[in-house]
Write a protein that binds this ligand. Structure first.
Ligand SMILES: [Zn+2]
Length: 229
């Protein structure tokens, strides 16, 4: 999950909250803050604290992220205690998850116990673990939830393009500045190109609003200053 910086609120409140869409898109790019898919139509304001439960936060920049239909629907009105859940604007959520070639997501091994709990809560809240191969029905995507399939498809594209890049370094710009942002799924690109620091840094720069301080100069993730992981 791409760690992001929203920056200070561009205006004191957004009433109606939908007025914040353009400012959020400018700051973060049109990607779902949770599953990382590009939002090609109908972006939705994601209220971290459900607007139905926390009326005071309905119009507040601090409570906004960008959500796709699937993540927004899954999360719904679930009450959120932000002290118990990892969030991409507070933590280095990239550091907490592993992405796999079949489209699965898992909690990264070797985290501290409280960090594992934070990321587990994030995955549960958004149901990011859903995958067609899961044995239990509740762990499989609904018909409209294509997040795992999209992740797997982008993994395949990224793997193919990695091979091309290794043969021809001149396509770096094409990949980092055009293809990856068009396809979305920042974490997939960062994982597939993990052995190529020069590309990692390009991806970090190419996806708007990525939290630069979550990565070192080689593009490797590091603890977020002020974050919990
Ligand atoms: Zn999403």
């Amino acid at each position: 999950m791409r760690p992001v910086v929203k920056g200070p609120a561009p205006q004191p409140e957004y009433k109606p909250y939908g007025d914040a869409l353009d400012d959020l898109a400018a700051q973060l790019g049109l990607f779902c803050s949770y599953c990382e898919q590009p939002i090609t139509h109908a972006p939705e304001i994601e209220h971290v604290q459900p607007k139905s439960l926390e009326a005071g936060l309905e119009f507040s920049w601090e409570n906004f992220l960008l959500g796709c239909k699937s993540c927004n629907t899954v999360k719904g009105n679930t009450p959120v205690d932000v002290t118990l859940v990892g969030f991409p604007d507070m933590d280095n959520t990239f550091r907490g998850l592993d992405f796999h070639s079949d489209g699965k997501i898992s909690i990264k091994m070797g985290l501290e116990e409280d960090q594992t709990e934070l990321m587990s809560a994030t995955v549960r809240l958004i149901k990011l673990h859903r995958h067609p191969s899961e044995p239990a029905a509740q762990d499989r995507p609904t018909r409209r939830d294509k997040r795992a399939e999209l992740r797997r498809d982008v993994w395949e594209v990224a793997t193919y393009v990695l091979g091309r890049y290794q043969a021809d370094g001149t396509i770096a710009d094409l990949i980092a500045e055009h293809l990856a942002p068009a396809k979305g799924f920042f974490s997939v690109w960062m994982t597939v190109f993990a052995d190529h620091p020069e590309m990692l840094n390009r991806f970090i720069d190419a996806f708007p609003g990525t939290a630069r301080d979550c990565f070192n100069e080689d593009g490797q993730s590091q603890a977020r200053p002020g974050g919990r992981l």
